[in-house]
Ligand binder design. Sequence first.
Ligand code: ADP
Length: 359
Amino acid sequence: MPTLEITPTTNISELVAAVPIAREVLEAFGLGCSGCSVNKSETIEQGARAHGLRSEPIIAALTQARSAGRMPPIANEDRKPARKAPGAFRSGGSFRHVVPVMSGKGGVGKSLTTALLALGLRRLNKRVGILDADITGPSIPRLFGLREPLSIERDPKDTTGQAKPLFVPAVTRSAIEVISSNLLTPEEDTAMVWRGPILSGVIRQFFEQTLWSDLDVLLVDLPPGTSDAPLTVLQSLSVDGVVLVTMPQALATMIVRKAANLVMQLKKPVIGVIENMSYFIAPDTGRRYEIFGPSYADQVATLARAPLFARVPIIPKLMQLSDAGRADEIDDPICDTLAQALLAALAALPKAAAEISLI
Ligand code: ADP
């Protein structure tokens, strides 16, 4: 068998299969290959970029490890992601798209759906972050098994010494940047949560006081049934539009009322509707069951004047992996369907999104 070449365009999972020590080397650089399904569609170059790293030292280390059969020394600066100074963030300049994910009520699987969107976008080699604004039940870190409290850094651009410290986002094995109140130490938590109008303050602080990388898409996981205050904040953060997650059991009228309210408050369109837990396919018989009742997805999408991204079935594996903190391992085509639909809808938006009235 010819030896696999180690170049910027070598596929990561093929490399790890052919050269077992590659996994150890990549993990030493913070590319969490074991337990990451994204690397199937990723080259070394893309993986390095997603983690904010240069690919040259990674390729050099991989080549050295293969010939020596052991781990070479790795300089600390080569494993430190290059992050952008946050000056531009106030205008949202470093995010190509900001997309809040909403639901009319809790428990419809909004957080899992946000994770699926993020994973799908990563599989398309997009750089993705999740701002977990669901302070009532912040579950994004749990889905990805993130436990370490966020670290804090000084603004590298600040010369006065007066600027507020910045959060460094947690990074999942698949290189999704995550900020969540679940990752704050008790002192930071108190400082954030009890200041000002709670939720709006948290969203704004997470948005502005974080050392985000340049991201293609920042997903914002909003609390269920989000009220006026955070929507006002979101409006000032120049979001593209919102993704609405529903499930069959939720009352269609309630969802539509919420969506109408949302559009009025936000003056931004609903860019897509996802119906989660829409049906279940029995693995033994292949029969399809609408466990929570008939679908409302088409009606909701029509009323919201938005495309239906997908009807996501109940997939026990999704729950097993995400409840075990292993969402990075989810390798389901639904991730791709959702991400492609989102990108298509974003591309179809008029530049300055027109105001849409539902009523
Ligand atoms: P929400 O954020 O709306 O409160 P979660 O995303 O936390 O809801 O989902 C609630 C529970 O349902 C979680 O245990 C999650 O793993 C599970 N779940 C959500 N969607 C699906 C699905 N399509 N298939 C299987 N389990 C799901």
